[in-house]
Ligand binder design. Structure first.
Ligand SMILES: CC(C)[C@H](C(=O)O)[C@@H](O)C(=O)O
Ligand code: SF4
Length: 468
């Protein structure tokens, strides 16, 4: 009998081109996503070495971080962003790589675009010079971020040097309560493991509550695997995965589709596969989460209060959490629902998909954004934007006083004009709350789209489970 394997083991093994005695492997890469921030030096390296892109058809470039989210039909005003964007366009032309530019309807955040186009498929190795590449693991792919020198390596060779990681399984049993979402699952997991808990591991998310999630929800979970320190996150493909991918522009068609599904069915972890590390969570006990600090592990229930760092025995950690509170302008004991907001940001590769926008529309229909709040909604892609507009969601958002934008990373990391002013406090559906992440001295609270929508209306955090 063959040794039982995890899904990660299977996909990894399937892609090994060469294995050295010390365990260093050369992995074949099926899909390479490219964006403007981490690719310029990689392409420049190829140019200097006189090399080409080995398999241009397995590479897809899209502009997302620097693009303004206002009207782009008259060009890009910011000179730095304009250079960044033009460089990617030129590189794509020079190296024969397919490119979705800022006016292309298919343009959007790279991690929204890949799945949407069927470029992301189960069983594949997928890389991008971007940490949130883990998102694609929601399809049962082995997907992770790489550095710029690795981007060059993959462009040139379609392979990547890797060491095998350990297997970590997080099982989320039971059913989520009303008002608790995929975002709350992943924030709760990171609260349990800490931001380093997944280090050296690939994390597979399993259990009833994960299977019950839509593909959008699964992408939200895998998106933040990296925030828990894991190299990648993954979820076994199933009927929902296939339904999502069927007939996408780049998905296999006809007999090739049937054969692909048969293969994808074999990917799930064997029943008796052994995981190096295991964590179990009960979905029924999870609350809507709000982060209070400057690390994604600083999580608390919306029904809770800002914790007291003096309760932390380790001095380093105690001091760092005090510093976080100071940065956030918060005091221990403050009820989360007493925290008022200046800004609300709904979007990003964590929560900028159509399902997220539908949830928001449902919460805000017929209501008004609080007077003190400036709220923006940034669709994850042009396709998401078109779909939302076809469903009339944009009209609901605008009537409620939200700003409805063009697709891109936007205020997730403030590489364009969308940013917090110093001291501004924001409820954000993105994935990072580091100091300065959304603008110099900006204060970020990570929440789900439903929580962000409710906060925009109330001007403060609300427990959406108890709100009538
Ligand atoms: C700019 C890019 C390299 C970065 C990443 O790797 O994640 C960004 O997408 C982020 O979310 O911080
Ligand atoms: S939306 Fe945010 S997290 Fe996602 S790729 Fe863009 S900057 Fe990174």
């Amino acid at each position: 009998m063959a040794k039982p394997r995890t899904m990660y083991d299977k996909i990894f093994d399937e892609h090994v081109v060469d294995r050295q005695d010390d365990g260093t492997c050369l992995l074949y890469i099926d899909r390479h996503l490219v964006h403007e921030v981490t690719s310029p030096q990689a392409f420049e390296g190829l140019r200097l070495a006189g090399r080409t892109v080995r398999q241009p058809a397995k590479t897809l470039a899209v502009v997302d971080h620097n693009v303004p989210t206002t009207d782009r039909t008259h060009g890009i005003e910011d000179p730095e962003s304009a250079i960044q964007i033009e460089t990617l366009a030129q590189n794509a032309r020079d190296f024969g790589v397919e490119y979705f530019d800022e006016l292309d309807k298919r343009q959007g955040i790279v991690h929204v675009v890949g799945p949407e186009q069927g470029f992301t498929l189960p069983g594949m190795t997928i890389v991008c010079g971007d940490s949130h590449t883990s998102t694609h693991g929601a399809f049962g792919a082995l997907a992770h971020g790489i550095g710029t020198s690795e981007v060059e390596h993959v462009l040139a060779t379609q392979t990547l040097i890797q060491q095998k990681a350990k297997n970590f399984r997080v099982t989320v049993d039971g059913k989520l309560p009303e008002g608790v979402t995929a975002k709350d699952i992943i924030l709760s997991i990171i609260g349990e493991t800490g931001t380093a808990g997944g280090t050296g591991h690939v994390m597979e998310y399993a259990g009833e509550a994960i299977r019950a999630l839509s593909m959008e929800g699964r992408m939200t979970v895998c998106n933040m695997a990296i925030e828990g320190g894991a190299r990648a996150g993954m979820i076994a493909p199933d009927e929902k995965t296939y339904a999502y991918l069927k007939d996408r522009p780049k998905s296999p068609k006809g007999e090739a589709w049937d054969a692909a599904v048969r293969y994808w069915e074999t990917l799930r972890s064997d029943d008796d596969a052994v995981f190096d590390t295991e964590l179990r969570l009960d979905a029924a006990s999870l609350p809507p989460i709000v982060t209070w600090g400057t690390s994604p592990e600083d999580v608390i229930s919306v029904a809770g209060a800002v914790p007291d760092p003096d309760q932390i025995p380790q001095e380093n950690k105690r001091l760092s959490k005090w510093r976080a509170l100071e940065y956030m302008g918060l005091k221990p004991g403050t009820k989360i629902t007493d925290i008022t907001l200046d800004r609300v940001f709904i979007g990003s590769c964590t929560n900028g998909r159509i399902e997220d926008l539908r949830v928001v529309a449902k919460m805000v229909e017929g209501k008004r954004v609080h007077d003190a709040v400036n709220a923006m909604i940034v669709p994850g892609s042009g396709i998401v934007k078109m779909q939302a507009e076809a469903e009339g969601l944009d009209a609901i958002f605008k009537a409620a006083g939200f700003d409805w934008r063009e697709p891109g990373c936007s205020m997730c990391l403030a590489m364009n004009a969308d940013r917090l002013a110093p001291g501004e406090r924001c409820a954000s559906t993105s994935n990072r709350n580091f100091e300065g992440r959304q603008g110099f001295k900006g204060r970020t609270h990570l929440v789900s789209p439903a929580m962000a929508a409710a906060a925009a209306i109330a001007g403060r955090f609300v427990d959406i489970r108890t709100r009538g």
